[in-house]
Design a protein around this ligand. Sequence first.
Ligand code: ZN
Length: 335
Amino acid sequence: MSYTGPDFEPPQPRRSPLRRPLTVAIAALVPGALLGWGVYAAVGGPDDDGGADRAGGARTPAASSPGVSASAGADAEAPTGTSPSATPRNPTASASASASASKPAPAAPAKGPLKGKVVVIDPGHNPGNFQHPSDINRKVNVGTHWKECDTTGTATEAGWPEAKFTLDVAHRLRTLLEAQGATVKLTQDGDRPFGPCVDERARIGNEAKADAAVSIHADGSGAGNRGFHVILPGSVHDGEADTRAIVAPSAELGERIAGNFVRATGSAPSNYVGGGTGLVTRTDLGGLNLSTVPKVFIECGNMRDDKDASLLTSNDWRQKAAQGMSEGIVSFLRG
Ligand code: ZN
């Protein structure tokens, strides 16, 4: 797959009025959210720290779509199973979207509601991964099993790579969180030839003693599969992996991000995993299994669907996506 496509900005998709009822419906579920919370079996979903992640949990080959491109590398973020439910909650924020994209990492402001809080942002994949197949195919121990160091990620049909998407959103999110006073660390900032490996991505959050960590992705599912989902760690206690202490706080983090993401972007939860909740629990992702700090993944949309791709390639939409994530994280950290 070509990853040399232009970094283009397609025509601005406008928010469909059809989405509003769904957004409102989800917001209305807020009060019952925790009641609705349960632990679901890890089932397949797309991707991960690169989609190669599929050895672990029980996965139902159910839902849909021919997924993706093994050809795109290991990251065949192919959708597979479905997952039972849970409910996004607590959308507290506004959908305002201030600007700004990438920038050199500044020192964190010394004030703001998140002063003293550490957030680790993990931009999924790395634009250079596809040039380093032997390095990223090296197996690393993720506690429960061995798996590839990292994967290439997916791309839009036009060739715009997921790794550029994730880094762009990470920069926007960093800006927003630093404005709130948080100390923000990225696991990679386009400053290394490939990786890091999924175990190192988790370790960076652990060593930073992050109060919250989020791994940013976009999926590579079949056309017609649309929407975002947040991936939560399931309970794992095996080898070096022990997520028992982070399952509950990660679920809360994920619910808050999902709820705010719906409102900020107007995007609907995934129509192919998560049973319409936008939440999926998995136990096969190294980036979650090895985390000792509250952590979730977010698949912001499906790059292989042209409607989702038009959103994902929009600067304006990516700003809203970052805004939704930021508001979810702020809400989680402020309790
Ligand atoms: Zn990914």
